[in-house]
Design a binder for this molecule. Structure first.
Ligand SMILES: *Cc1c(COP(=O)(O)O)cnc(C)c1O
Length: 396
């Protein structure tokens, strides 16, 4: 009965683990949640006020499909100021979240049989969005020894006549890697040499640590800018995951096609959320700094703790809000009938034995790791890692 397309798709594993943990919590179990991919901070007051004002003013009707001009202008200013990128309104589209922007890109750009390069570990939705559009995900495996960075020459070695695009994500979910400028410049050269596109997911751009800064691959020159679609959004930087505002910038023919596709599916993103987004981008930016300072404290603490658990090791992430520890040395161990031989086994073991929720690395394309989000309080992190330590100590 269901279409071939529907049969090929699995639900987002991060969202389903979150649902399982929430159900256990609702049943009264004291779960420590490292699963979620969203800030635990409340949306700043000035942003909420702008939304309330929009409602009171009656700004509650359809808007232009690709977003209202004041929001496009705020996005254009953001690109100028933060990324040294100049766009016009025709090169910008606002969607119902960055995920929706990415989906529109896949629909606008990928044909059946096109090969799309995805550095692995990857964010969970990239392969499925490629598959949903009958294109083929081609994984470019990266390793911990390179901080999970996809090397330009390795990317190049995966390019064939059928390669259409490369999906880049920096800072990265799940690894926390932030690509450096030199590497990105070399990747840009490879992209231009082979005339493919880059989809650059920069949603964690504001969340970097240790003096590392984000650079957009589109910013190097006009040639690479013409082959890049930059994706960004408000969910992570402004704690606005539920508002569903994301955006993309790129060549106007592509943006126009994305807008047409959006006009036949969701129409415009919520009018009220668009007004809130204008305030987020143009209002005081202090919130980001406050959130980042807190994330940084948690990051240092969590990484130190994870590295002190026998059998686990974790490189220090420079962006986003995730730790991605290596758990492979624990595989083969067991407790009674519970044998750990994969990241799923280990995650399930921790959920049942330690009442700690996190995501198995397999979901991101690498079974030797697990992902912990530190978008939760220091107290919870402390409680959670103690429980993990105990549960690991019980394995033999
Ligand atoms: C959270 C996330 C997104 C999606 O964000 P929304 O704007 O809420 O749709 C996109 N890419 C990555 C890597 C993410 O972690």
């Amino acid at each position: 009965m269901l279409s071939q397309r529907a049969k090929k798709i699995k639900p987002s594993p991060t969202l389903s683990i979150d649902a399982k943990a929430k159900a256990m919590k609702a049943a009264g179990v004291d779960i420590v949640g490292f699963g979620v991919g969203e800030p635990d901070f409340d949306t700043p007051e000035n942003i909420k006020e702008a939304a309330i004002k929009a409602i009171k003013d009656g700004f509650t009707k359809y808007t232009p499909v690709g977003g209202i001009d004041p929001l496009k202008d705020a996005i254009i200013e953001k690109f100028k100021k933060d990324n040294n990128l100049n766009y016009t309104r025709k090169e910008i589209i606002v969607s119902c979240g960055a995920k929706h922007s990415l989906y529109n890109i896949a629909q606008a750009l990928f044909d059946p049989g096109d090969e799309i390069l995805i550095p692995s570990p990857y964010w969970v939705s990239y392969p499925d969005q490629v598959i949903l559009n009958d294109a083929i995900p081609v994984f470019v495996k990266t390793v911990e020894a390179d901080s999970f960075m996809a090397k330009p020459e390795v990317i190049e070695s995966h390019i064939t006549k059928r390669t259409k695009a490369l999906i880049l994500n920096s800072p990265s979910n799940p690894t926390g890697l932030t690509y450096d400028k030199k590497t990105l410049e070399k990747i840009a050269e490879v992209v231009l040499k082979h005339n493919i596109y880059v989809v650059s997911d920069e949603i964690y751009e504001k969340l970097t640590y240790d003096g590392v800064t984000h650079v957009s691959i589109a910013s190097f020159n006009n040639e690479i800018k013409a082959k890049t679609i930059v994706v960004n959004g408000l969910s992570k930087s402004y704690a606005m995951t539920g508002w569903r505002i994301g955006y993309a910038a790129g060549p106007k023919e592509i943006v126009k096609a994305m807008t047409n596709i959006q006009s036949q599916s969701t129409s415009n993103p919520t009018s009220i959320a668009q007004k809130a987004a204008v305030e987020a981008l143009t209002g005081l930016q202090d919130f980001i700094h406050v959130m980042l300072t807190e994330f940084d404290k948690r990051r240092r603490f969590l990484i130190k703790e994870l590295n002190s658990i026998p059998g686990m090791s974790c490189i220090t992430p420079t962006g986003a809000f995730y730790a991605f520890p290596n758990t492979s040395r624990l595989y083969g161990k067991s407790l009674a009938s519970k044998k750990i031989s994969s990241s799923s086994d280990f995650s399930l073991y921790l959920l049942e034995e330690a009442k700690v929720a996190l995501v198995h690395g397999d979901a991101f394309g690498d079974d030797n790791y697990i992902r912990l989000s530190y978008a939760t309080s220091l107290d919870e992190i402390n409680k959670g890692v103690s429980r993990i330590r105990e549960a690991v100590n019980r394995l033999s």
